[in-house]
Write a protein that binds this ligand. Structure first.
Ligand SMILES: C[S@@+](CC[C@H](N)C(=O)[O-])C[C@H]1O[C@@H](n2cnc3c(N)ncnc32)[C@H](O)[C@@H]1O
Length: 228
């Protein structure tokens, strides 16, 4: 079986599930807490820094995976009545059975978005789909490197790839330069990774970096700003 498809769920320290890939010996999230890590890295240190200044936000997620970042963004969008256009990229999507058996929707907003969570996983590819309130999503079953990304489109990028030692091509200058072009000036990218080689690649593409404190178990993370 493909090393990206042989996977099973595990419970992390905050009670939420993640997926584990034995072929890579890699988890989709921190074992210290999947929901707490994602909420910290992508929502509090990312999305909230954009939504403080604008009511309409275009989000690109590199590595949709379980859909956790998307449902956390939906939760924020609903709570603050923010308009979100969410583009999710994932070459190795979960089956509907995997999506039903993972407990993440039940761990966010008291389970209020269970239906939307399954809808995200079941919706057609390449078609802008209404999910709830002011939240729309387009999902692509592609490697991000194969997508024709428009210039100056995204305010927020969730860069949630497997770690550089497993997928170095997800963290190199080639990909970051494409992501830089697809972002608007003032847009930000966040990622859990703060390795030296990743910082250097982001800087080489023109990003200005800051390193907020990480979630439990991680000293710092990376927030990258696109300036003029
Ligand atoms: C660390 S996991 C995170 C997934 C997701 N954000 C979540 O919360 O579950 C990395 C994800 O990147 C996906 N991925 C692997 N190669 C990719 C590529 N070339 N382009 C886009 N996504 C990729 C994996 O299949 C996996 O779902």
């Amino acid at each position: 079986m493909d090393k990206f498809y042989e996977r099973y769920s595990k419970t992390t320290a905050d009670g939420s599930h993640t997926l584990y890939l034995p072929g890579l010996d890699e988890h989709y999230h921190s074992t210290h807490g999947a929901v707490s890590e994602s909420r910290h890295v992508f929502i509090e240190q990312g999305f909230d820094h954009v939504s403080c200044c604008q009511r309409q936000i275009n989000v690109l997620e590199v590595g949709f995976g379980t859909g956790l970042n998307a449902i956390l963004t939906l939760e924020r969008s609903a709570a603050e009545s923010l308009e979100v256009e969410y583009v999710a990229v994932e070459p190795y999507p979960l089956s509907m059975d995997e999506a039903k058996n993972i407990n993440l929707a039940g761990q966010v907003a008291g389970g209020r978005f269970r239906e939307e969570f399954l809808h995200m996983h079941g919706m057609p590819y390449g078609k802008r789909t209404f999910l709830s309130g002011k939240f729309h999503m387009v999902k692509h079953k592609h490697r991000v490197q194969e997508l024709d990304l428009p210039d100056n489109q995204f305010d927020m990028v969730y860069h949630d790839a497997f770690a550089p030692q497993f997928q170095p091509e997800m963290w190199d200058v080639n990909l970051f330069a494409r992501i830089y072009r697809t972002m608007r000036t003032g847009g930000i990218l966040t990622t859990y990774c703060a390795k030296g080689e990743v910082k250097r690649a982001l800087k080489a593409c023109g990003f200005i970096l800051t390193h907020p404190p990480g979630p439990t178990g991680k000293r710092e993370i990376t927030r990258a700003l696109k300036t003029d």
